[in-house]
Design a protein around this ligand. Structure first.
Ligand code: SAH
Length: 361
């Protein structure tokens, strides 16, 4: 099988050229062709000598995953279903806003973490995505969206908030993020690449040391008893450890705060007492809260908190001095909202479909 060059970051590509007896600056040229011009055909790379183009064509390929479908919601949110082989498909979502365009990238086919309110979790886990399959999502979006007028970026932000737990696919995710940050590839600043995690504590420390980007942490509950149920990874890495890792992360983070995501589930985690517990919990962590109205899916067993309940909850946090935003639901008419991404996963874990019933703690 030929080597797919979309799997390589700048350093790896320089190594590839060195091994082939070529100059390291070829890596830069090739990165630009692949990621900035979206070119997959070596014969069209006009500033590479013909013998080199032929050598590359004989030993390597540039292969983004195949798009299965491309759907646009009434609000302009666009979703691509992407084939990643063997019956698996993942989703990537572009969310246009006035001053920016955000791509929500998937990192795994399915997910092993079993968060109770997430539809990806219901599918079970199949496998980690390769670098090419992740960076391929930017490639596909860039090609489909075309260039913006006045050289503005159409795709200005990336959030690793699609299907999967990015920190459970650590090495590939870091390599893909290096390409997102590379000036010869996507050239995004560290503040504009956000990784969202359910809280795998040792991997948060590793990320801080290898590739710090903006961090979002899926908190969803203000105490261990409730979080153990909603986000079961909490049994392994309880809140005290998670918050300590968050504080350590901030030493090297590109922003001086992190984001806590909090899904609003009616009657489960949305009461005044939960808000008060949260205030005490995050006292020592510079942070911002992003409240996410629950996005329903069949047999989820949960309901979205009412607008009033969300407002009351936000007010309590705000009056304690916290910064709070409520995530606008985007693209829910095409099942592209948070937690609705399902793609198609051949479940290796054989997770049974079940209806969960959870009482508030
Ligand atoms: N595994 C990563 C990325 C997942 S998705 C993580 O856990 O952070 C990004 C966000 O959407 C997470 O905060 C996740 O908890 C949230 N989410 C999952 N299902 C949801 C749903 N049905 N409604 C609203 N938000 C949901």
């Amino acid at each position: 099988m030929s080597l797919n060059l979309l799997n390589l970051d700048a350093a790896q590509l320089a190594g590839f050229f060195a091994e082939a007896g070529e100059k390291p600056f070829r890596a830069k040229q090739l990165l630009r062709w692949m990621h900035q011009s979206g070119e997959a055909d070596f014969s069209k790379m006009s500033d590479l000598a013909r013998p080199l183009r032929e050598k590359l064509a004989a030993s390597a390929v540039i292969e983004a995953p195949r798009v299965v479908s491309d759907t646009t919601a009434a609000d302009g949110t666009r979703k691509w279903l992407i084939d990643v082989g063997k019956g698996n498909a993942v989703e990537t979502v572009f969310i246009p806003e006035t001053n920016r365009g955000t791509l929500c990238v998937s990192s795994q086919a399915g997910c092993a973490l079993d968060c109770k309110f997430c539809s990806t979790a219901r599918q079970g886990f199949n496998r980690n995505l390769s670098v090419a399959e992740m960076i391929g999502q930017l490639w596909i979006a860039n090609k489909a969206l075309g260039a913006a007028p006045k050289g503005e970026r159409v795709l200005s932000n990336v959030v690793l908030m699609g299907m999967g737990e990015p920190l459970a696919n650590f090495d590939n995710v870091v390599t893909a993020m290096r390409l997102m940050l590379d000036d010869n590839a996507y050239g995004l600043s560290r503040r504009r690449v956000t990784l969202s995690t359910s809280g795998i504590v040792p991997a948060i420390d590793r990320l801080r040391d290898t590739c710090p980007v903006a961090l979002a942490v899926s908190l969803h509950a203000p105490n261990d008893a409730l979080r153990n149920i909603l986000v079961p990874i909490n049994r392994k890495y309880p809140l005290a450890e998670l918050l300590a890792a968050c504080r350590r992360y901030l030493d090297k983070a590109p922003r001086d705060f992190l984001t806590f995501e909090y899904v609003m589930l009616e009657g489960v985690n949305d009461g005044a007492e939960h808000a008060r517990q949260l205030i005490a919990l995050v006292r020592d962590v510079p942070c911002k809260f992003n409240l996410i109205p629950f996005n329903p899916f069949p047999n989820s067993g949960f309901k979205r908190s009412s607008r009033d309940a969300i407002c009351r909850f936000a007010e309590i946090l705000i009056s304690a001095g916290l910064v709070v935003t409520t995530r606008k639901t985007r693209g829910d008419d095409i099942d592209a909202a948070c937690g609705q991404l399902a793609g198609k996963v051949e479940d290796k874990t054989r997770r049974t479909r079940r209806v969960v019933e959870i009482r508030p703690c």
